[in-house]
Design a protein around this ligand. Structure first.
Ligand code: G3P
Ligand code: CA
Length: 257
């Protein structure tokens, strides 16, 4: 299928709905993604891990307990079993009946409509490339014609490296993590894993790194920002994108620039 979206690379700034419009609807559900689109987000962010039968599903925590009526590890249930769970009632009674989506379902909906940041959770990253989560994610991105409209990110740098090997056209975002980075700064990390963007928490980003990225000609994205003043600050400091649970507020702020 073909996409009517302008390629990701052509945007000046990305309003990214963190787990969808997760302040107003249960995170990582179709309700949260649809609302983000309605609020004019450029991109939705979602978390992906594998079901017991190896299907990419959209859920943040390793365990089902907090954000569904299931119990135990996501990876110990078949996709059909996960689809039977309720992922909305924990948030509010009005959202009872929301399901845990498969990645395929979200990408099919998003195609031609909104860009997607697919975060591959480290729980599902294995030792082998063949048949691994990276191959499965790329296959779905290709199937839905979303190659130019996704950023694939991970805290597990093996996944970042593998994505570029499997499909060099797809953009990747390296999620900074102090432990995995072993004192390397953004430039070295992006080079080492051939990543396109540096994704960083707002508390860890600093002046030195911003200057370094600027010089190196690479862009950074900041998570998670829900306050107006902070949104303004990061836009003024040149962030390429901001992840927010409140995409409506971020859209309003971004449109003023
Ligand atoms: O991708 C940014 C952010 O989503 C990473 O942290 O825990 O919300 O997945 P987390
Ligand atoms: Ca995430």
């Amino acid at each position: 299928s073909s996409s009517t979206l302008e390629p990701l690379i052509d945007k000046n700034f990305l309003v990214i709905a963190h787990r969808g419009a997760s302040k107003y609807a249960p995170e990582n559900t179709m309700a949260a993604f649809k609302l983000a689109h309605k609020m004019k987000a450029d991109m939705i962010e979602l978390d992906v891990q594998l079901s017991k039968d190896g299907m990419p599903v959209v859920f943040h925590d390793a365990k089902l307990d907090r954000h569904s009526n299931g119990k135990g590890l996501v990876s110990s249930f078949l996709i059909d079993e996960l689809h039977q769970l309720d992922a909305g009632n924990w948030f509010s009674i009005e959202h009872k009946g929301e399901k845990i989506p498969s990645l395929e379902q979200v990408l099919k909906w998003a195609s031609g409509k909104i860009m997607v940041n697919i975060e591959i959770k480290k729980e599902s990253v294995g030792d082998l490339v063949e048949g691994g989560v990276e191959e499965k994610v790329i296959e779905l991105v290709q199937k839905t014609g979303m190659e130019k409209n996704v950023i694939i990110s991970s805290f597990d740098y093996r996944a970042i490296e593998r994505i570029k090997t499997i499909e060099p056209k797809v953009l990747t975002g390296l999620l900074y993590h102090k432990k995995s980075s072993s004192k390397r700064g953004p430039e070295k990390l992006l080079r080492d894993y051939r990543a396109d963007y540096f994704h960083c928490s707002r508390s860890e980003m600093n002046k030195k790194w911003r200057a370094q990225l600027n010089e190196f000609g690479k862009r950074y994205l900041i998570y998670t920002v829900n306050k107006k003043k902070q949104m303004e600050k990061w836009i003024e400091m040149g962030a390429y994108g901001i992840f927010s649970d409140k995409p409506d507020l971020l859209r309003e702020v971004a449109d003023q620039y």
